[in-house]
Ligand binder design. Structure first.
Ligand SMILES: [Zn+2]
Length: 426
């Protein structure tokens, strides 16, 4: 089709509109380039935020490392939306970007009555600053919330492969031997069993990947301190969105529920966000159920039906790419001396950041677009809960404490539980 000069001019105007949109401008503005910048801008927006400073450790520029909690809205609000960034270190570049975007939006408008927001910035500040998924304890924070008083779950597949997950070299005979052992494990037990062995979480090997810790991490204590300081346990309802990256289609933000499928909180999530909520328990998510996720913390604090915990998980690159970059990171820590300031250390850091927060305007724009959808639906849902229009009491619960679910959901649930019920969450 040949456009007339008039049509062409219209096309040019349209292109200008699409390119110069406010969302794209925010995408260019909101994402930080360092932990230091991210924290500085966060504290500039929320100067009253409370800081929980990590003792003894510093960031690459000598900066303080801290979990910061900032409140927006009525201190007495009955309903609270919590937005967490940096649970997995460099995934915080994305989470902090969303936090800055939301904060800028909130400056322009009023919150619904009885709804407030709590922003938790850099929950794993060491990992955020140094581009490590794990905390300074080597702990995967999203595996750390098991009840350590009753003992940690076993992961026999991990134990079988543990020496092969992080071989002594990144190439050559020992690397090839490790790859061969992994191929053999997969052919014997299948891909799913391998993913469980690798990513379900393990509680025995602090030098291994997906280590859930020997006890509550420092960040778990900081999270608890922030929640208690703001009296979250006594609020009417708390919705928690924890931003993650690295799993799923490029740029799409999947709202992954960690709730048991037959729970009141799951029903509320479905009602609040619609069919875009996926369930690890039902097998509809890119993730499958995991041990020790943050969801367990909120469950203990508030109880089923008084909270939601959803991971807003943005896809980046494929799982092969994730495995390569995470192996390089862990190898550096276990066999490579752990120096993250030398040439190889800097290369690993750059690769981690590029994997977990691609420096791509398209990706960032998609992230913020989806983030705003989630903000809108969360505020609307919380407003209805605050006004008593959400009818929580009418969410049906069976006498057993379990919700009736559809035959299809029940069948999916059985399939999901047929094998091991652990995880493949990044
Ligand atoms: Zn994550």
């Amino acid at each position: 089709m040949v456009l007339s000069p008039e049509q062409n001019a219209g096309g040019i105007r349209l292109a200008a509109r699409l390119n110069d949109g406010e969302l794209l401008a925010s995408a260019q503005r909101s994402f930080p380039v360092s932990y230091r910048q991210a924290r500085g801008e966060f504290l500039a927006m929320l100067p009253q935020a409370r800081s929980f400073v990590l003792p003894d450790l510093r960031g690459p520029d000598g900066e303080e490392l801290s979990v910061d909690g900032g409140w927006v809205g009525d201190p007495q609000a009955e309903c609270v939306l919590v937005l967490i960034s940096g649970t997995h270190g460099p995934e915080g570049f994305c989470g902090a970007g969303i936090q800055m975007d939301w904060l800028a939006l909130l400056e322009e408008g009023r919150l619904p009555q009885d709804v407030a927001l709590l922003f938790i910035h850099g929950l794993n500040p060491y990992g955020f600053a140094w581009d490590r998924r794990v905390t300074h304890e080597g702990c995967d924070l999203n595996r750390n919330f098991i009840d350590f008083t009753i003992g940690a779950p076993a992961n026999p597949g991990y134990e079988e492969l543990r020496v092969h997950f992080v071989p002594p070299t990144l190439d050559g005979p020992s690397f090839e031997a490790a790859r061969q052992a992994i191929r053999q494990f997969k052919s014997l037990h299948g891909e799913r069993a391998f993913q469980i062995a690798r990513k379900a979480g393990q509680y025995t090997d602090p030098n291994g990947m997906f280590f859930g810790g020997f006890g509550p991490s420092w960040s778990a204590g900081a999270l608890d301190a922030i929640a208690r300081e703001h009296g979250l346990a006594t609020r009417k309802f708390v919705a928690v969105i924890d931003v993650h990256t690295g799993l799923g289609p490029y740029g799409y933000g999947e709202l992954q529920s960690e709730h048991v499928a037959a729970s009141k909180s799951q029903a509320i999530a479905d009602r609040m966000f619609g069919p875009s909520v996926t369930s690890a328990d039902l097998g509809t998510s890119a993730s499958i159920p995991i041990h020790g996720s943050l969801q367990l913390y909120w469950e203990r604090l508030l109880g089923d039906g008084r909270y939601l915990y959803l991971c807003l998980e943005y896809g980046t690159f494929d799982t092969e790419a994730a495995q390569r970059v995470l192996l390089a990171d862990q190898w550096l820590h276990v066999h490579g001396g752990g120096d993250r300031t030398g040439a190889f250390g800097r290369e690993v850091r750059a690769r981690m950041r590029a994997h977990f927060c691609p420096d791509d305007p398209f990706w960032k724009e998609a992230v913020l677009f989806r983030g705003r959808q989630v903000l809108r639906d969360a505020l609307s849902g919380l407003q209805q809960i605050g006004e008593g229009r959400f009818a929580l009491s009418q969410v049906p619960v069976l006498a057993t404490g379990r919700l009736p679910i559809s035959p299809r959901a029940r069948r999916l649930s059985r399939i999901a539980h047929k094998g091991d019920s652990q995880c493949q969450n990044e």
